[in-house]
Design a protein around this ligand. Structure first.
Ligand SMILES: Nc1ncnc2c1ncn2[C@@H]1O[C@H](COP(=O)(O)OP(=O)(O)OP(=O)(O)O)[C@@H](O)[C@H]1O
Length: 303
């Protein structure tokens, strides 16, 4: 059974605005990254999957439960972090954690306390006094504390400092090593690249590409930078495999597609003093997908 399965799942706020016919399967045990620019539909997709928004069409199942008809079961079994964590101002994290354990019939709080310790969360501070980053830590602790089979996290490291971001990635890696599934959205692509096995790219409400992170990266050109002692005799920009080549005095930069062998051969007779080939990052892949993205009309928000 897949952890997440959707068939033509849509949530439209207006024609062409929202989530359109999402067909997605996320296998149990995967870390799946959901990436897209502001307004692409990531939060809409996540809130629809979690049964907080009624689908306009299609269907979805999470851990075998229908996302709308059985949303109470979905909420019970999924660790969910919303994009914006809203918590009662007068409560403390410790109180919310105890309440969550009671609602689960006296479930243990031991792992929750460990997560809170690792995130350096102040358990007894009133939530209204906490910074955005610290409220995010509370949301993460509540999502992770019961070791759910599926974690659905909307921008989990948003507002966290780099050290805490590392801790969060570590916690998510551990969840995966225990066989749990992680579905997360992020703008921080370098982060998705480090933990996700596959990514889905969403643009204007449509899932336009689903790919293994390594495959996606391998399909991209590498950045090539060369320096010569004397001007090269070969026309580097014209090489088969080179694009965007720019020569600047004794330096040359461009993008190289394919294995390095033909490039090395072409340079054999030249006075090369340095060569670097840098693999593309997911950021590059993402920019590639969006480069020709036209601006999208905004529609007024409705409740
Ligand atoms: N309640 C709403 N009423 C009308 N339109 C909405 C509503 N919520 C979102 N939208 C629109 O739906 C589209 C998708 O928005 P959504 O918030 O899902 O994108 P996102 O990818 O999560 O963006 P971000 O990265 O900025 O959080 C946007 O055009 C947005 O303006």
């Amino acid at each position: 059974m897949n952890a997440i399965e959707t068939t033509d799942l849509s949530k439209l706020y207006a024609p062409g605005v929202g989530l359109q016919a999402l067909n997605l399967s996320v296998a149990a045990g995967e870390v799946f990254g959901f990436i897209g620019p502001n307004g692409a539909g990531k939060t809409t997709a996540i809130r629809t999957l979690m049964g907080f928004l009624r689908p306009s069409g299609g269907s979805g199942r999470i851990l075998g439960h229908d996302i709308w008809q059985e949303r109470v079961a979905v909420h019970r079994w999924v660790g969910y972090l919303p994009g914006e964590v809203h918590l009662g101002r007068d409560h403390t994290a410790r109180e919310l954690m105890s309440r969550s354990c009671r609602l689960r019939g006296g479930a243990s709080n031991a792992y929750g306390l460990e997560v809170a310790r690792r995130l350096e969360l102040r358990l007894d501070a009133r939530l209204g006094t906490l910074s955005k980053g610290n409220r995010q830590k509370v949301g993460l602790t509540l999502a992770l504390m019961h070791r759910p089979d599926l974690l659905v996290l909307d921008e989990p490291t948003d507002g966290l400092d780099p050290l805490v971001q590392e801790t969060v990635l570590g916690l998510l890696r551990e969840a995966q090593s225990e066989g749990r599934t992680v579905f997360l959205s992020s703008h921080v692509l370098s982060e998705i690249e480090r933990i996700a096995g596959r990514v889905g790219i969403i643009r204007r409400g449509e899932l336009i590409r689903v790919e293994g992170v390594q495959t996606l990266k391998a399909s991209l050109p590498q950045q090539v930078a060369l320096r010569f002692a004397r001007p090269p005799t070969v026309d580097l920009a014209a090489l088969d495999g080179m694009s965007g080549g720019v020569a600047d005095g004794l330096e040359f930069r461009g993008q190289w597609r394919g294995g390095p062998d033909p490039l090395i051969r072409a340079l054999a007779g030249e006075s090369l003093t340095s060569l670097s080939l840098t693999p593309s990052t997911l950021e590059d892949a993402f920019m590639d997908e969006y480069r020709s993205e036209p601006a999208r009309a905004e529609v007024p928000h409705v409740a």
